[in-house]
Design a protein around this ligand. Sequence first.
Ligand code: CA
Length: 365
Amino acid sequence: MDRRDFIKSSAIGAGALALSGCHREEQTEQKGTANIIKAKKVTLKLATSWPAHFPIMGTRVDTFAKRCSELSGGTLEIKVYPNNILVPALEVFDATSAAQIDAFHSGVYYWKGKNPAFSIFGGMPLGFTSEEMITWFKFGGGYELWRELYGKFNLYPLIGGTTGPQMGGWFKKEINSLSDLQGLKMRIPGLGGEVMQRLGVNPVLLPSGEIYTALERGTIDASEWVGPALDSLMGFAKVAPYYYTGWHEPGSILELTFNKTRWEKLSPQHQAIITAASEEMTSNMLQEFRYENAKAFQQLPDTLQIKTFPKEVIDAAKKALNQVLLEESQKSEDFKRVLESYTAFEKLNKPWDDISTKNFLEIRG
Ligand code: CA
């Protein structure tokens, strides 16, 4: 074959290839178009309990919405409304239950007033880490119970991220003994708040936007929030110079919850996309929290005092927690059932965790 023939045959070959490529693209395009035509465009309104684009907790919701659009070829649009735009931060549960909005992103422990059992889904003081919580939900029966109990409010919950271990909070005064806790007003939600109450603290529930001012004005004496990454942005170090290590939220779960009727009307494809995108959000949020907390921890001001609660306080907290769990179980059949499921996984998990993760971390030092 001379050079001219080669060019000629190559050109024909390339042309044929291009044609066949074109043909395949057209087919794909047609198939794709057919799929897009089949899938009805759905728009869901999702309200969060966080300010607009709030770092990690909020931005991960923005990314979740973007991923749902990408994965669905634009047929699933999730419009994210930060707190107080459509509904106030702590009314997203009721608004979704009543179908005023389609979904919400928030912290599960805010809703213990609806059913005390919900606080266990949010996380247990001195209990499971984030990884253990997720394992309990997926494999230990947690999801079944959560969906059954949220079903009574016409809600369908998914895990919407998790924070990893949280810090114990910012205090205006040093805590050297149990007596230093007496009468202290502290922003601390969930079961941690109930335990603190037994130790003499007045727990208050405040949304994120109101904590700094309350601390600055002395309306509250202490507040927990999340960890160094988010706490630093709130400027708490300026108004509360003691930062205590955590015990009450070792692995808090955030939720991505849908109106159940609305969820059931979604196509299986859209349900699968939301579920996959929520899992992606959960794992990315946990990793991002770890990384950003590690970075922010190194940048905390030198004037700040990092403290661990005295043993007396932690021992009293353990005792109070057991009392709270016992009393709540006696008052609420739901609480008892959820706690039994949680405890069953704890018993299964602990011997292996002790010999694997805990042992390894001790060896690693
Ligand atoms: Ca917290």
